[in-house]
Ligand binder design. Structure first.
Ligand SMILES: [Zn+2]
Ligand SMILES: [Zn+2]
Length: 359
């Protein structure tokens, strides 16, 4: 690869959130790998729902002037001082765990850096360089090798799916999904899709998914799930007609879906709240207390789950192909953000491809 021998250019393209609802392609200085960091040539970065809500200003978790992007895949093209000896070396294809935890607190010591209180996140924290750009400098300890099994263009971009796939996997683990489990997933967007694949990976039996958009129902049906259309009647009743779920993963997170999750899950079963549609919800307390259902939270993934998901994702290229609906260039990205924010429906993931050599 030519870029390994040539020094990176001094400036690069980056998508800057100029203001809420306005993204531009800007020329920024190429970051340098600091002590313990590696420099990545970014191949592709996925647009996350949280990026869209940050773009519109709805979630208050992104600030004008910043570069977003946390679902990414790239090649290591530079090593900062002391970065040698990590898991990834020059020329390696890697994905990035975007969570930077302190490494010192009880959560970090327990292997749960994702709930570290001083955690900062690439693509969220405006002071960190982020992945909607040609180059990204990140701590060497946050890169995870991604073996795509082929130098094939589209397979390389699967590395950008590892982050959302890890979110779905962690939710299924929090739900204690086991071999043969009867699972319900609420919401068939990228996190619901990731949850379906995670349940399959854990050996679940029947997997049902409720999703209002037809294109997404088709996509999740292709992943091996039975689909339910909320327009056809109360989702909990539709589920109960075929027998209650043992575990429900709520990938939406609204008052309505939490009520559905509880009513569709058997007494003593588990409901996992992974969707973040609303900061406050109404909860039917008796559906929890008198039926002894367990309501658990799921957020991101542990570092070990992220690494395990990266290994798994490299082995199942055919399963992942349908998860990518659209690839756009950085120059097309501002229009893609605007379309998506205005409610343009896309079944799967939209990727911004920075390096056409690989895509
Ligand atoms: Zn995301
Ligand atoms: Zn910590």
């Amino acid at each position: 690869m030519a870029q390994l021998t040539a020094a990176p250019p001094t400036t690069m393209r980056a998508l800057v959130l100029e203001d809420y609802g306005h993204l531009s392609v800007a020329e920024l200085p190429t970051p340098e790998a600091g002590p313990g960091e590696v420099l990545l040539r970014i191949h592709a970065t996925g647009i996350c729902g949280s990026d869209l809500h940050g773009y519109t200003g709805e979630n208050g978790r992104r600030r004008p002037g910043q570069v977003m992007g946390h679902e990414t895949v790239g090649t290591v093209v530079g090593l900062g001082p002391g970065a040698r000896g990590g898991e990834a070396g020059l020329g390696d294809l890697v994905t990035v765990n975007p969570g930077l935890a302190c490494g010192q607190c009880p959560a970090c010591h327990a292997g749960r850096g994702h709930i570290c209180r001083s955690r900062r996140v690439i693509g969220v924290d405006p002071d960190l360089t982020s992945a909607f750009a040609d180059y990204l400098a990140v701590p060497a300890s946050n890169v995870v090798p991604f073996t795509s099994g082929s130098s094939g263009a589209s397979r390389v971009t699967h590395g950008a799916l590892v982050e959302p796939l890890a979110v779905g996997y962690h939710a299924a683990v929090r739900g204690e999904v086991r071999e043969g489990a009867d699972v319900l997933v609420l919401g068939g967007g990228p996190i619901g899709q990731a949850a379906v694949l995670a349940c399959r990976r854990l050996g679940a039996g029947r997997i049902r998914v409720s999703e209002p958009l037809e294109s997404r129902r088709l996509l999740v049906a292709g992943l091996g799930a039975q689909v339910l259309d909320p327009a056809a009647g109360d989702v909990a009743e539709q589920v109960q007609a075929g027998g209650p779920a043992e575990v429900t993963l709520d990938a939406v997170g609204s008052s309505a879906t939490i009520a559905t999750a509880l009513n569709a899950t058997q007494p003593g079963g588990r409901c996992v709240l992974v969707g973040m549609a609303a900061p406050d919800v109404r909860l039917d307390a008796f559906a929890v207390s008198t039926q002894e259902r367990t309501l658990v939270g799921a957020f991101c993934y542990s570092p070990a789950e992220f690494a395990a998901t990266a290994r798994w994702a490299g082995e199942v290229p055919d399963l992942l192909a349908s998860l990518i609906s659209l690839r756009v260039t950085p120059e097309e990205a501002p229009a893609a953000f605007s379309d998506l924010a205005r409610g343009h429906d896309v079944a799967g993931k939209v990727l911004v491809v920075f390096d056409p050599v690989h895509a």
